[in-house]
Ligand binder design. Structure first.
Ligand code: SF4
Length: 295
């Protein structure tokens, strides 16, 4: 689930959705538990939360009737719109016909409140005449290998830096750790828009998987008391955007810099945290499972 910005009447009108405003239901994949999704949408509607939309990879859109029924019911429960994920990573698992079906039917159900993320991949898939599922290996053979992240938003973070890095590393430059020490987080680590809650109750800054600002069920306490940074040394460095400090802190606990280098600041940050999480039970490094599945 994503909470983007402070809850207030939408400046865009009651029915219009915006990416960084209101409340979004995301995953994983929210349609895996459709009943729960309907319930959550209903609660958000009762609470008059604006700009509600669901994100989906369309795996469930096996025929027109079922797709229309599910979307229509969500709309009746109060959902304002939908964001449809289109990228080569889902294309490995979801036949493109299902994605196209969801886009076509969503246009009818939600009208302008349909976002395709990322539109550039949709355009390329159409241009390449993609049908069914395509493995990432085959997709990369269709594109010039290094080009598949050109003109799109792509974050070298989480598993991408490890798994994709192994497959495609040679097409991208890697840098030593100190190259990133003075680079800012993009967007900034602490921001009052587009943050996330996970299903364990972690309040996650931005897209930074594996970092918890605290328990989202105690938001009031978090807002009133703030984050006691002295109790959370990793968070302290990150809130100051002091990656050099975090690097040194981790080195003192046995971290060794990668000789191959790092694709991005987030890659370095994740790698340091992956080391720290097994050294001590840092409360701000949660959920722990995030770190178990990086490689
Ligand atoms: S460097 Fe770390 S804290 Fe900053 S955006 Fe990347 S993952 Fe988040």
């Amino acid at each position: 689930m994503q909470l983007a910005g402070k809850i207030k009447p939408s400046p865009y009108g009651p029915e219009t959705i915006s990416l960084n405003h209101g409340l979004h239901f995301t995953g994983g994949e929210p349609f895996l538990n459709y009943e729960l999704l309907c319930k959550a949408v209903g609660i958000a509607h009762e609470l008059k939360i604006p700009s509600t939309f669901v994100e989906t990879n369309c795996y469930w859109c096996v025929n027109d009737e079922l797709t229309r029924d599910k979307l229509q019911l969500l709309k009746e429960r109060g959902l304002n719109g939908i964001l449809i994920s289109v990228n080569p990573f889902f294309l490995e698992y979801v036949p493109f016909e299902r994605t196209e079906r969801c886009i076509r039917i969503s246009q009818g159900v939600f009208g302008e409140n349909l976002m395709v993320y990322q539109l550039e991949y949709y355009r390329r898939f159409k241009e390449l005449g993609i049908k069914d599922r395509v493995s990432i290996k085959d997709y990369l053979n269709l594109e010039k290998r290094g080009d598949f992240i050109k003109n799109v938003e792509f974050f070298w973070m989480g598993r991408a830096a490890y798994k994709l890095g192994r497959k495609l590393g040679k097409n991208f430059h890697q840098y030593p750790a100190d190259y990133f020490f003075n680079k800012p987080c993009m967007p900034s680590f602490l921001r009052n828009w587009h943050n996330h809650f996970d299903n364990y109750g972690n309040y996650i800054p931005g897209y930074c998987g594996g970092i918890s600002l605290g328990d989202c069920r105690n938001l009031d306490r978090l807002l009133i008391e703030g984050i006691r940074s002295e109790e959370y040394p990793v968070l302290n460095f990150l809130m100051d955007e002091d990656l050099g400090g975090l690097f040194q802190f981790a080195k003192d606990l046995g971290y060794r810099e990668s000789q191959e280098g790092y694709f991005s600041k987030c890659h370095l940050c994740t790698d340091i945290r992956k080391h720290l999480v097994v050294k001590k039970d840092f409360e701000e490094l949660n959920p722990k499972e995030f770190y178990l599945h990086l490689e």
